[in-house]
Write a protein that binds this ligand. Structure first.
Ligand code: XMP
Length: 513
């Protein structure tokens, strides 16, 4: 997509790099992340309105520490260096960086010493968030100190003539009280952006782009019912109408009534016809007797492709497939030493386009999840749909910790529904990133009336998170937990015990399989 404004972020491996982009986009300016190896020719061709050099885990004096071409500083484009980025600015102008005696980590106070564009209207003595072990000992040529902190004499530096700035702290994190203002000063006052990156504009531009990419071809959309694929389908439909063919493969492993609700919403509210493929029997028969989590995941992924391909044969002239790829899947990460292992084989439509020889349409490959939600709201999708917790592709199969049967699926569906209803009734649904019930492969003894029972255990899970990569167990209000537990035991036949999962990720994962 062509962007009228763009702030380029060069990543040096900071854990906060994506946050910088999000903060800028929240201010309605488009921003793109590339690794520090992004070639200078491409930067010139991109003509960004500003460049931000991110933080990073290394010191610039470390062997193999990432560097950039000093040409960056003579393009006439404003530059802001954050933390490690500040060291790069300093180094480029003959300053000297040294290890600090005391590592500065956490909160510090910003003592502003002069009027500057970057710190315009920023309150003196506000809290900033630091994470560094080096400081500038010899000052870079042509620069001025704008502010200091307890342990950083050169906490904010600037060369206003060249429009180059550096901050030792992280303005992108929420703990930095005036961070939003500082980023705003950089993008609006220094880079002179206007801020036209809004959901309305995105929808308008994507519709044009989708139409020109698709022409008069037919497009297939695998509608799982998750937020990303649903918003993508509605946007696509707005762009190309009935050229879009939506197929919903019902694996029989969805939450209770989920497939019906999705189809109803599309048909009644948006008048989009969806092909509902009921493949429950096929999925359950392929999964019969399978206990191993990775085997389950692979069977589900392959069966999905099989069913979907079979269905697509009924249509002629399909050239494109919609995929709900998001920006975090696209960003190239700065290389991390060591090998990565597969923890879980994820199930999505990946693999289909090559197999079926289809051209990919990925309307959200430039968006973060929150931005997809904002697009959904703009397209008037109901809030309770847009704000739903994530649901994994393999569905309830990875929440039944044994072989899968129709009985176990419906037992879990009942328990899950009661749990989620109680969470909604308690008004805490939106505080939780994801909540769900799990059916354990354990029987335990109970007493109901005067009789002994020997039945199943349901585990309840609820976590808070920002991206699913790390998560904390949710500190559940006891009264809601109590109601959910009582109702599950009373109403779900075959369950006589409920437990709550108090593990964080890492070392646990969010799903149990
Ligand atoms: P874990 O269990 O790895 O999950 O901590 C992190 C997030 O990813 C979701 N998840 C999946 N999503 N296909 C998906 O689309 C999958 O195969 C899959 N497995 C896990 C999980 O629900 C959580 O939000």
């Amino acid at each position: 997509m062509e962007h009228s404004e763009n702030i380029l972020i060069l990543d040096f491996g900071s854990q906060f790099t994506q946050l910088i982009a999000r903060r800028i986009r929240e201010a309605n300016v488009y921003s793109e992340i590339h690794t520090h190896e992004f070639p200078i020719e491409k930067i010139k061709a991109m003509k960004p309105n500003g460049i931000i050099l991110s933080g990073g885990p290394m010191s610039i004096y470390d062997e193999d520490s990432p560097k950039i071409s000093n040409e960056i500083f003579s393009l006439g484009v404003p530059v802001l260096g954050i933390c490690y980025g500040l060291q790069l600015v300093s180094d480029a102008f003959n300053g000297k960086v040294e290890p600090a005696e005391k590592r500065e980590y956490g909160k510090a106070h910003l003592k502003i010493s002069s009027d500057s564009k970057l710190l315009k209207d920023v309150k003196d003595n506000s809290v900033v968030w630091m994470s560094h072990g080096d400081y500038i000992s010899d000052f870079p040529e042509g620069f001025k100190v704008e502010a200091e902190s307890e342990n950083s004499p050169n906490c904010v530096i600037s060369n206003e003539e060249k429009n180059i700035y550096g901050v030792q702290f992280h303005p992108e994190v929420a703990h930095t009280q005036e961070g939003k203002k500082i980023i705003g000063n950089f993008i609006f006052d220094i880079c002179e952006c206007k801020g036209d990156w809004t959901p309305q504009n995105f929808i308008k531009l994507s519709i044009d782009e989708i139409r020109s990419k698709v022409g008069s071809n037919k497009v297939l959309c695998a509608l799982s019912g998750g937020v990303d694929s649903s918003v993508a389908a509605i946007l696509m439909h707005k762009a190309i109408g009935d050229q879009l063919i939506c197929v919903h493969v019902d694996t029989g492993l969805m939450r209770k009534n989920e497939s019906e609700n999705i189809i109803k919403m599309f048909r009644d509210k948006y008048h989009i016809d969806i092909i509902h493929v009921n493949a429950e029997d096929k999925f359950l028969s392929k999964l019969e007797g399978v206990v191993d989590p990775e085997k389950k995941r692979k069977i589900i992924g392959n069966t999905f492709i099989e069913v979907f391909e079979e269905e697509a044969k009924n249509f002629e002239g399909i050239e494109c497939l919609v995929q709900g790829t998001l920006y975090p899947d696209v960003i190239e990460s700065v290389s991390v030493k060591g090998k990565s292992v597969t923890i879980k084989t994820h199930h999505n439509v990946g693999g289909l386009p090559e197999k079926m020889n289809l051209k990919l349409i990925e309307p959200f490959r430039e968006l973060f999840k929150d931005e997809v939600r904002a697009i959904g709201r703009e397209l008037e999708m109901p809030a309770e749909f847009i704000d739903r917790h994530p649901f994994p592709g393999p569905g309830l199969a990875v929440r039944i910790l044994s072989d899968i049967t129709k009985y176990k699926v419906s037992l879990l569906q009942e328990a899950d529904q009661i749990y989620i209803d109680e969470i909604r009734a308690g008004g805490i649904y939106n505080e939780i990133w994801q909540a769900f019930a799990v059916l354990l492969p354990v029987q335990s003894v109970g007493v109901m009336g005067d009789a002994r029972t020997y039945e199943n255990v349901i585990a309840l899970r609820a976590v808070t998170s920002t991206d699913g990569m790390t998560a904390d167990w949710y500190k559940f209000p006891y009264d809601v937990l109590e109601k959910a537990s009582n109702k599950i035991i009373q109403n779900v036949q075959g369950v006589n015990r409920v437990v709550y999962d108090v593990s964080s990720k890492p070392p646990s994962t969010i799903e149990w399989e």
